[in-house]
Design a protein around this ligand. Sequence first.
Ligand code: S3P
Length: 181
Amino acid sequence: MDTRQGQRGAGPRANVVLVGFMGTGKSTAGRALARRLRLRFVDTDAWITAEAGMPIPELFQRFGEQAFRDLETECARFVAGLRGVVVSTGGGILGRAANLELLRSTGRLVCLTARPEVILARTAPWESRPMLRTAANPRDAVERLLAERQPLYDQADLVVDTSDLTTEQVVSEICERLPYL
Ligand code: S3P
């Protein structure tokens, strides 16, 4: 018997779920990882955009952050029903404990990180990032949100700092360090 099958979120059919702050490269690395592993790719922000029928900044503006977060939980539930997929998530998805439980129930969590200055450079001018574009000082907002979310990101099975890595290097590191891929 393969004992790995009994572990929570483990086994060859586990999903690989990329979590982490905005600008850490989750969508790019997720798409490339799925290609390398020949697995289906799901991007929670793209799923929400399709479901809502509008871009995320418009969703925030017209219906508020909570409406976005509700759709995020719906997407986490959808993803938890899948097996063997690579998932990229929005940076705030672990803010609800239910989402963490859902994503962990069938997946391994990989947290991508980057230095604050790298995050700022990659996300500027923040037009598509409602959590940053309305902030008086985006750098302060990044630092405050990072500190607030750190305990959530610490729940991941694996952490990869993408600050100085290419997408292919990020993918290789995940494949090397995540067992049973
Ligand atoms: C958010 C991050 C965004 C998107 C939304 C909210 C956040 O995704 O889900 O704007 O709260 O950090 P990315 O992490 O892909 O930028």
